[in-house]
Write a protein that binds this ligand. Structure first.
Ligand SMILES: Nc1ncnc2c1ncn2[C@@H]1O[C@H](COP(=O)(O)OP(=O)(O)OP(=O)(O)O)[C@@H](O)[C@H]1O
Ligand SMILES: [Mg+2]
Length: 473
């Protein structure tokens, strides 16, 4: 079976020479395609994700440097080697600046090229191993970084503790930015599968036509551009967890195939007649209303039930405002660390001056409705830390303008208009009385401090209390 990490595009305008090199590379286990010009190379690159490109530097139209730049731009992990016929180091250096890994001078022995390829592949392997380890560390950090302690999140944590160790399929729902992906990772890292991979696939990020191959993989010749066998995300997640993000956007055809995976844990790569078995745990997420999509006929009902074995609903931030101070602290720690290390050298131990948030700023943060949820809060704090540039306190003016303008309204998000309407004056009077009573409760009956909590003069509060006394007398 050809090695799917050795798809090589060979570019050169001298046909016989190119053909000879192609044959030698094929003998060494590479899957080689040829292009006779820069233009042809770009066209092939647009269709297929090669792992390696070997190109002549001088080409009649678009030259080798430009091909390298386009290839690296499209596939940042591609290995690019340029072949220079002129021995001019300057051109080669230029190509390396544009992203080439190495160069060989013409005429060359095939071994020179193989050597350059081997060391580039080895370097790339080390780099991606590092990146993977780093990503894993970050993931672990992020698990500990799932912040929340209020009632709503405690309930979520409790549920997660129970279900994480199992193999059950989980459906996470919640508005954008509520932490669906963080929670999915947390589940994985709290499961016996943590030693294997957490593979995420965002169903909206990949064009519909490519999604199936991305998920299931493909075999050589399955479609134009499928020059070799390729593993899909499902296989990459073998023994680990597959996170299917935005699952509601999947086409009905793909839904049917996914259903089979959930039922049988088996599938076929695109173009393959052979059935592959996998052992994966599936966590799906959506910010849409899948139940409604089922009712409207856009989502398979049987798939919905298969996915929704354990529903985890993440509450919007406005419904768990008690978590805001904790989240603010969490993000302050995160970003002041980053800001400090950007200002000092990498090697020196980072001095992290404490940053606080002024009372007034915190009041606005609590008052705001956060349509973008935790993500929006995270962005606001990152921005504030940057703007405050070393000051020890974040103030109202460091916040985005819409948050500066947030009023402290009477529990606006929990107020809804009853079907048959209401008496506005009576309702407001009721809310007013409720809040005054709560402020007195909180301050142990201290009218001065209760008035302050409500931004009222003490005398006004006393006035109101008298009025209540009269009406209830
Ligand atoms: N409970 C939390 N504690 C700490 N950080 C959180 C929490 N929830 C979300 N975040 C942070 O907020 C950002 C958004 O979270 P995430 O990507 O998981 O949201 P999402 O629900 O998947 O959003 P979308 O639907 O837009 O994809 C991330 O940077 C994440 O680290
Ligand atoms: Mg997400």
């Amino acid at each position: 079976m050809p090695d799917s990490s050795k798809h090589l595009l060979l570019v050169g305008d001298e046909g016989p020479l190119r053909q000879a090199v192609a044959e030698q590379l094929t003998d060494r286990g590479f899957t080689v395609e040829q292009a006779e010009s820069g233009e042809a190379a770009l066209a092939r690159l647009a269709e297929f994700a090669f792992n390696i490109i070997v190109t002549d530097l001088r080409l009649p139209g678009i030259d080798g440097s430009a091909v390298v730049e386009a290839a690296v731009g499209r596939y940042p992990d591609i290995i690019a080697i340029v072949v220079t016929g002129y021995g001019t180091v300057k051109d080669a250096v230029e190509a390396i600046k544009r992203g080439a890994s190495d160069f060989v001078n013409k005429p060359f022995q095939i071994d020179e090229l193989l050597h350059a390829l081997d060391s580039a592949i080895e370097q790339r392997r080390l780099k991606s191993e590092n990146a993977y380890l780093r990503a894993q560390l970050q993931e672990r950090y992020r698990f500990e970084g799932v912040v929340g302690k209020g009632r709503a999140m405690s309930r979520v944590f409790q549920l997660l503790e129970t279900v994480a160790p199992t193999n059950s399929t989980i459906l996470i729902t919640g508005e954008t930015g509520t932490g669906k992906e963080v929670v999915a990772r947390a589940i994985h890292h709290n499961s016996p599968r943590r030693m294997f991979r957490f593979v995420a696939l965002n169903c909206t990020a990949i064009p519909e036509t490519l999604l199936e191959a991305e998920l299931f993989g493909h075999v050589r010749g399955a479609f134009t551009g499928a020059v070799g066998n390729r593993q899909g995300r499902l296989e990459q997640a073998h023994k680990g967890t597959l996170f299917l993000d935005e699952v509601g956007t999947m086409s009905t055809a793909l839904q049917t195939k996914l259903l089979r995976v959930l039922q049988e844990r088996e599938f076929e790569r695109v173009g393959d007649s052979h059935t592959t078995k996998v052992d994966v745990r599936i966590i799906a997420a959506t910010n849409g209303d899948l139940a409604r999509m089922v009712a409207e006929g856009h989502f398979r009902e049987d798939l919905f039930y298969r996915l929704n074995v354990i529903p985890v609903e993440l509450p919007p931030l406005r419904e768990r405002k008690e978590d805001i101070p904790l989240l603010v602290q969490h993000f302050l720690d995160k970003f002041r660390g980053e800001a400090a290390s950007a200002r000092t050298s990498d090697v020196a131990p980072v001095f992290r001056p404490a940053i606080t948030v002024s009372q007034d700023a915190m009041r606005r943060l609590m008052a705001y409705s956060w349509p973008g949820n935790v993500r929006q809060l995270e962005n606001a704090i990152e921005r504030a830390v940057a703007i405050s540039a070393g000051r020890s306190q974040i103030d109202v003016t460091d916040l985005p303008v819409e948050i500066q303008q947030a009023q402290e309204p009477a529990l606006p998000s929990t107020v809804s208009l009853p079907e048959d309407g209401l008496d506005l004056d009576a309702f407001i009077a009721h809310v007013e009385r409720e809040l005054i009573e709560r402020s007195l409760e909180r301050t142990g009956g201290n009218k001065g401090r209760a008035a302050k909590l409500l931004n009222l003069k003490r005398t006004t509060l006393v006035e109101k209390l008298k009025r209540f006394g009269k009406s209830s007398a």
